[in-house]
Design a binder for this molecule. Structure first.
Ligand code: ADP
Ligand code: MG
Length: 635
């Protein structure tokens, strides 16, 4: 080997990726061409960007084009561009040695679902390698836009290594990729096959694509055309081109704004959340154009992160063409555009919520997880709040949703707070003793199933004049004032004066049994069906949240709790009788421990179930004795 020639090994992850691509993917192999054309288009965008900045560029007057040539006899396909090219270092770095952040994740996904792989290849920045699905050898010749850099050649059969050679020969700026097709991939050297693939996947590429001598794609900045002249299919085609999604978008948002600042925005909300791509934080944002020239792919500042499910492009006449990505941030026009774009998206959603609640519900179910993170957007807080949805006790099942406005419209007279409870499911929430008084009073409670929902409520703190309040910290006096929903069914007989005294002493006894574990043991006014429950004294954070923090190994501090006892419950009435006979009966100790343990369990705060279960078994044993005796006497 001459000293200008070097052999390199593919990075392990890339080798693994190549193995999968080559050996197990046979469907939609055609997308390799989409990936090569998209790289060519990126390279052309980059060189145009450099030239608008005034950088010195090799072969300055070359037209910005993509050429696709084919030779059926030689089984050869060549994709060339007059783009930015690569230096030797860039070639080593970009193709073969550095695996992008998402590669490992992509490999996992790829192993799980071979079908979808071709749709996600492009999203992970590993598109180039898809060429090895059809190639037995690939040769890249490239010349950087930097005038002094020599041209280079890259060659590989995709098995384990590649080699790079510095060329003596002068070639023009840009990159050409020779694809030596496998025997079973001859179709990709046929004109009609190529033409249909380009039309299908690359029609919206904004540089001319030539197949042989013929220009194939029709360039149209569809976002700049009047809405009325665009058919739904064109929108859908553009959306699929932009996102690689195979489905139609859920919503299309097309806006042309002339004053005070001119811009066009064409945005889409996908049917499916690609939350999976979330770990790849690079993979969101709108494409920013200035006068039809792409300035930045996936700009992250046009929309706030909580709207990152929105895909699309924004194009403005009012920004300077030579603006750099770095100075965008400080540009006031850019800021105005971005706040206007954000506003349009939120208004669009508000309009959907109002006029087409079913479609809005579908949107919410898919994208709420990301959208909820918008609680920090103080400028748009009002709109954000109106867009929030929750499940609530008013809803028939967990699929129905309630807005905060709906909740408020159903509030009881005099109600000043919006109540919520966090739980793992609707069924679990509905057995929560804290809800008994709410049911009795007919006061609606928001049911939260995701800790971020509580995070949202505790961050925004109030809706209109109403504070959010967790049911386990709700102030009973305020609830008492609201009046009962229905006449009470059969009221349990009032405790006699004498029994009241005993009940009082029983509560003190229970406090003594539980010691420092509870702050106090008191009579409950909130319970109707359960004998006991724990109430939190600190209302900054709910018990469920505390539990979650604990699971995440974050200590939220020790919570002071009060054990409430329902004097009307049959069990408690019996306890009073037992207490009257012998205040020191062991049975009372047992039951007290048991009630406390069960209440902790319901809060999800029980640290060790062993004691609870042991005591429960003891009680079961006693009750079985009693049961047997009863049976014997009745027979
Ligand atoms: P992505 O396009 O998402 O970055 P690819 O695997 O498709 O991932 O390409 C890897 C890198 O190789 C590109 O980021 C780019 O730096 C370089 N590259 C590929 N094709 C070209 C080309 N035609 N011209 C210049 N650079 C290219
Ligand atoms: Mg690519």
């Amino acid at each position: 080997m001459s000293e200008t020639k070097h052999k390199y090994k593919f990075k392990a992850e890339i080798k693994q990726l190549l193995d999968i691509l080559v050996h197990s993917l046979y469907t939609s192999r055609e997308i390799f061409l989409r990936e090569l054309i998209s790289n060519a288009s990126d390279a052309l965008d980059k060189v145009r960007f450099e030239s608008t900045k005034g950088t010195e560029i090799a072969d300055k007057d070359l037209p910005l084009e993509i050429h696709i040539d084919f030779d059926e006899k030689k089984n050869l396909l060549t994709v060339s561009d007059t783009g930015i090219g690569m230096t030797k270092d860039e070639l080593v770095k970009n193709i073969g040695t550095i695996a992008k952040s998402g590669t490992a994740e992509f490999l996992k996904k790829l192993a799980e679902s071979k079908e979808d792989a071709t749709n996600i290849i492009g999203k992970f920045g590993v598109g180039f390698y898809s060429v090895f699905m059809v190639a037995k050898e690939v040769v890249i010749k490239t010349k950087s836009f930097k005038p002094d850099e020599p041209a280079c050649l890259w060659r590989s059969d995709g098995s384990g290594s590649f080699e790079i050679e510095v060329l003596d020969k002068k070639i023009k700026r840009g990159t050409s990729i020779e694809v030596h097709l496998k025997d079973d991939a001859k179709e990709f050297a046929e004109k009609y096959r190529l033409e249909s693939i380009i039309k299908k996947h690359s029609n919206f590429i904004s540089f001319p694509i030539f197949l042989g001598k013929e220009r194939i794609n029709t360039i149209a900045a569809i976002w700049r055309e009047p809405k009325t002249s665009i058919k739904k299919e064109q929108y859908v085609e553009f959306y699929k081109f932009l996102t690689y999604d195979t489905e139609e978008p859920m919503f299309i948002i097309h806006k042309s704004v002339d004053a005070p600042i001119q811009f066009n925005a064409l945005m889409f909300i996908p049917k499916k959340s690609d939350e999976f791509f979330w770990m790849d934080r690079e993979n969101y944002g709108l494409d920013l154009y200035v006068k039809r020239v792409l300035i930045q792919h996936k700009n992250k500042d046009l929309l706030p992160e909580y709207l990152s499910f929105v895909k699309g492009v924004v194009d403005s006449e009012d920004l300077p063409l030579n603006i750099s990505r770095e100075t965008l941030q400080e540009n006031t026009i850019f800021h105005k555009i971005s706040s206007s774009v954000t506003n349009h998206v939120l208004s669009f959603l508000l309009d959907k919520a109002k006029n087409n609640p079913e479609e809005y519900t579908a949107f919410w179910k898919e994208h709420a997880k990301v959208f909820r993170l918008g609680y920090m957007d103080f400028t748009n807080l009002e709109k954000y709040q109106e867009l929030l949805r929750f499940n609530s006790s008013f809803n028939k099942d967990e699929n129905e949703l309630t807005s905060l406005a709906d909740y408020v419209s159903r509030m009881k007279e005099g109600q000043k707070e919006i109540y919520y409870v966090l739980g793992s499911s609707r069924a679990a929430i509905e057995t929560d003793p804290h809800l008994e008084i709410f049911k009795k009073k007919g006061v609606e409670v928001l049911y939260l199933y995701d800790p971020t929902e509580e995070l949202v409520l505790s961050s925004i703190r109030k809706y209109k004049d109403y504070d959010f309040k967790s049911v386990d910290t709700a102030d009973l006096k305020k609830l008492e004032e609201l009046g009962d929903k229905t006449e009470e069914k059969e009221k349990t007989e009032e405790l006699s004066k004498d029994d009241r005294k005993h009940f009082s002493s029983l509560l003190s006894k229970m406090k003594k049994i539980l010691g420092d574990r509870v702050k106090d043991v008191v009579e409950s006014k909130r319970l109707s069906d359960s004998p006991a429950c724990l109430v939190n004294t600190d209302d900054t954070i709910s018990a469920s949240m505390r539990k979650l923090l604990k699971l995440a190994n974050q200590d939220a501090g020790k919570q002071e709790q009060i054990l409430e006892i329902n004097p009307d419950h049959k069990l408690v009435r019996n306890l009073i009788e037992i207490f009257k006979k012998n205040p020191d009966d062991d049975y009372i100790v047992n039951v007290t421990e048991q009630l406390y343990g069960s209440a902790l369990l319901l809060e999800g705060m029980l640290e060790d179930p062993h004691l609870l279960v042991a005591k429960m078994n003891e009680l079961l044993e006693k009750s079985s004795d009693w049961y047997l005796k009863q049976k014997d006497t009745s027979q």
